[in-house]
Design a binder for this molecule. Structure first.
Ligand SMILES: [Fe+2]
Length: 520
């Protein structure tokens, strides 16, 4: 109900207890006529009229301008009884295109009325501007006006329902594209809650859960908001009120939706038999259309869950091949098998998370960035495959020519990854990895290689990998030296802050080390 409705209700709200139920929203009918008598007659004739249990409420305008003003303020008017002849012979007719075009109101039903039956409007006006009916004022009997009003309200109701349904579907399509972009289960669950609330136009107050344990006697909350905020990861049975928990478990068990005034609980079932439930507290009773929209979205979400499972499997297979590939280029003096790149990638990802907590980096370290850096960082040294063993395995320092050859691994790796990334559309971990490969030996003060980039000209991902790479290399044994003790490695990273490394990245590194309990 708009504020305007409230105001109009107050104006006429009957004080007597026998008056109409204020919870029932009346149909709004606008009478546009320059003859006061017509207003009075119409109100009298339709005084007891109801359609689908709802009474009518009249608004009055005495000129086309006044009608425009009222329509502008109250888009919920269902029907207009419009006088053709007012300030001019065709003032009423001229109002119709203004309502349809200027106010962009295609829903309101219009019945033209005239005192001069000979002056019927031309067909093109009736058809072109969606006019419902044309009546002579002499036809103002309760019977005739009542029939015309029923027809108009019915068609208004259909138009509004179609429009709501169309807008709901548009929101579902929008929501689906949001949902299908997500690749992690918890983030997907958060989006399910958010988009379901948005599609139904209710507050984000509820939770998403999946069955837990082989007996499926309890469920685990994946995402929660509103009154359930903070319950993510908790079992449903011991964290939400018992009655709600029982209903939720029944929805999961019986795979059906469940609605009451407190909660709408929707069942999600995926093609491979996995179940989930979305519980929302809409704060009101959902009507038939809203339930249908919710159920359509629930179907879309089920497909999303399936995609997510496939995606997770694909990602695992993919990760395995990236690790195998990266293993080729691992320091040949270390144990193979990809331990080094896995360790590095983990450290790099944790550092990126730590950086995201800093306001200055929150915008750069997006969800996508986090996804890409995990895989992209594994390939940072892939260019080493082109460096001869006599150099990589040399126990002593490299001469000038050897150093030059060694340094080519950055550009070489970037070229390999750039070429591969061109086969994939959009931004991907390969192009991300190319940037890392190219710049992971650049230094914050500009004295690095290959390009001598300085400060923030070096891609953030490469600045993170630079720190992680030096640390991992120092703390592990190499052909030409033993592993450096942890304290020494930490001191070396700290010493490089502001010269070799980005100070903010070094700070993030120490945050991770602190969290890992390695600073004691
Ligand atoms: Fe390198």
């Amino acid at each position: 109900m708009t504020m305007n409705d409230d105001f109009l209700f107050q104006e006429e709200a009957p004080a007597a207890a026998t008056g109409p139920d204020p919870a029932v929203k009346p149909w709004l009918i606008l009478i546009v006529d320059d003859d006061q008598e017509v207003h009075a007659m119409t109100r009298l004739v339709l005084k007891k009229f109801t359609y689908r249990g709802r009474p009518v409420k009249f608004l009055s305008a005495y000129s086309a301008e006044e009608a425009m003003e009222i329509l502008r303020q109250d888009p919920g008017i269902a029907m207009i009884l419009l006088d053709v002849v007012m300030e001019t012979d065709d003032a009423g007719l001229r109002l119709v295109p203004r309502i349809r075009e200027e106010l962009d109101n295609d829903a309101v039903r219009i019945i033209l009325r005239t005192g001069q039956p000979g002056q019927a409007p031309e067909d093109h006006v009736i058809h072109g501007y969606d006019i419902n009916d044309y009546k002579a004022k002499t036809e103002l009997t309760a019977q005739k006006l009542g029939t015309a009003t029923v027809a108009a309200l019915r068609s208004y109701e259909h138009i509004v329902a179609l429009d709501r349904s169309r807008r709901g579907m548009e929101r579902i399509i929008e929501a689906s594209s949001q949902l299908f972009n997500l690749s992690a289960v918890d983030r997907f669950a958060e989006a399910v809650l958010r988009e379901m609330a948005r599609v139904l136009d209710v507050p984000q107050d509820g939770f998403v859960c999946v069955p837990r344990g082989s007996q499926r006697a309890d469920a685990q909350i994946l995402a929660a908001a509103g009154r359930h905020a903070g319950l993510g990861g908790m079992p449903v049975n011991s964290s939400v009120p018992p009655a709600l928990a029982a209903r939720t478990m029944a929805v999961l068990r019986e795979r059906r939706h469940d609605y009451d005034d407190d909660a709408a609980i929707l069942s999600l079932r995926t093609a491979d038999g996995r179940d989930a439930a979305v519980c929302l507290h809409p704060g009101r009773t959902l009507d038939e259309l809203e339930r249908r929209l919710g159920e359509v979205l629930a179907g879309k979400i089920s497909v999303g869950f399936d995609n997510l499972n496939l995606y997770e499997r694909l990602k695992k297979a993919h990760k395995a091949s990236v690790i195998a590939l990266a293993g080729l280029a691992e320091y040949k003096d270390q144990d193979g098998g990809g331990d080094h790149v896995l360790r590095l990638s983990r450290l790099v990802t944790e550092m990126a998370f730590a950086l995201r907590a800093e306001a200055a980096y929150a915008e750069q370290v997006t969800d996508e960035f986090l996804d890409l850096i995990t895989m992209g960082s594994m390939l940072y040294d892939i260019g080493m495959v082109g460096v001869p063993d006599r150099i990589t395995l040399k126990p002593g320092p490299l001469d000038e020519a050897e150093t030059a050859l060694m340094r080519q691994h950055c550009e070489r790796g970037a070229a390999i990854l750039d070429k591969a990334s061109r086969m994939v559309e959009g931004s991907n971990y390969l192009s991300f990895g190319a940037a890392i490969s190219r710049a992971h030996h650049e230094r914050w003060d500009g004295s690095g290689y290959p390009a001598g980039l300085k400060g923030t000209d070096i891609p953030l991902a490469a600045r993170i990998v630079a720190v992680a790479d030096v640390f991992d290399s120092l703390t592990h044994k190499r052909t030409f030296r033993d592993a450096v003790p942890l304290a020494g490695a930490l001191a070396e990273i700290e010493a490089g802050s502001g010269t070799q490394f980005d100070p903010a990245v070094v700070a993030a590194f120490f945050k991770v080390m602190g969290a890992r309990g390695r600073l004691r």
